[in-house]
Design a protein around this ligand. Structure first.
Ligand code: AMP
Ligand code: MG
Length: 329
């Protein structure tokens, strides 16, 4: 007998069979993808989708990404596929690129927050692929955490945030990439970057030429990309690049999120989390959310974060840090 909220190992075949059954019956399964853990349900079952919104306390204006395992599944979700869509899919699918396309009527309005478009992605993680195939339905899945908090990159993060609100958690170990998928809208005249992510703007430009970058805080084309998001409970301040040393006011208990090991040890921080000893952005992205959660758990007065250059993956890392650092209004 498996209890609600149980973590089961994804490596066992029976686990995937059970999880697929839960999905088909309208339940919620948290599963690993290469980006973060998703909270999945049958995308074509509006009641199941409503349970996802409820479990996450997610506002209904914030649409979900639909996950598929085969390109043929697109026919039932999107209307037409352009040449640019095809080229991006060929280059980046399966992988961390979400495409926003004109939707078909059978996609429930709740999934798309009433928009005429649907966001679709084909994850590369073998557990995600097996689950979608075995469930034999497209799986709608936002990140498996309470709305607005730091995204989960391991099974325990899911249980910490959602507990028994999830029917089952498939444990496939830590997520290899660690930041959410890149989202590109393909319904306008040019592809538009709605959210920077694991696939970089530079990589997309190589395939489709010009890409428009949506402004931070733009909420019409990208509902849900809120100015404050992915946020720790402890207030976080992004430092000026040269300020890592001794910014901590006297008496303040603070933690530092450093990109690389700081040169000075006498800097006043109670804890320092280093994202990548060698300064590798991939490693930094992979460690970002787990490090933020560890710092947040220590009850400090404030967290400080060292910035990185907004090139390649640095764009996604700085996007998440900015949203985390925006104060509650
Ligand atoms: P996540 O919460 O990480 O699963 O990301 C879902 C995000 O995808 C939402 O917050 C939206 O910003 C974006 N999204 C999903 N569907 C659409 C859509 N139809 N149009 C534009 N953005 C979308
Ligand atoms: Mg999310």
């Amino acid at each position: 007998m498996i209890r609600t909220g149980s973590i089961i190992p994804a490596a066992r075949k029976e686990s995937i069979t059970l999880a697929a059954e839960v999905i088909r019956k309208g339940g919620l399964v948290a599963f690993p993808t290469e980006t973060v853990y998703g909270l999945g349900c049958d995308a074509l079952n509006p009641e199941a989708v409503a349970r996802v919104f409820e479990a996450k306390q997610r506002p209904s204006f914030d649409p979900l990404i639909v996950h598929i395992a085969e390109k043929t599944a697109l026919d039932g979700l999107a209307q037409t596929i352009s040449l640019s869509d095809q080229r991006l899919m060929e280059r980046f699918w399966p992988g961390p690129l979400t495409l926003v396309l004109a939707k078909r009527a059978r996609v429930p309005d709740l999934v798309t927050a009433g928009l005429p478009t649907v966001a679709v992605r084909m994850p590369a993680h073998p557990v995600a692929q097996r689950l979608i195939r075995e469930a034999a339905v497209p799986i709608a899945a936002p990140s498996a955490n309470p709305f607005g908090y730091v995204s989960p990159t391991c099974a325990q993060h899911v249980v910490d945030g959602l507990g028994a609100r999830v029917d089952l958690v498939l444990d496939g170990g830590p997520c290899p990439l660690g930041v959410e998928s890149t989202i590109a809208s393909m319904v306008g005249s040019w592809p538009e970057l709605l959210r920077p992510g694991s696939i970089t703007l530079e990589e997309i430009r190589e395939v489709v030429g010009s890409v428009v970058r949506a402004g931070v805080g733009l909420t019409t084309a990208a509902p849900g990309q809120l100015v404050r998001h992915y946020a720790t409970r402890t207030p976080l301040t992004i430092l000026a690049a040269h300020k890592v040393r001794s910014v901590v006011p006297l008496g303040e208990r603070a933690g530092l999120l450093a990109m690389t090991p700081p040169r000075h040890r006498d800097n006043g921080y109670c804890t320092i989390e280093v994202l990548s000893p060698s300064g590798d952005l991939r490693e930094a992205a992979k460690n970002l959310f787990a490090a933020l959660r560890r710092l947040d758990a220590q009850g400090f007065d404030r967290l400080y974060a060292e910035p990185c250059d907004e090139q390649g993956l640095g764009l996604a890392i700085m996007d998440r840090l900015r949203r985390c650092s925006t104060p509650l209004t």
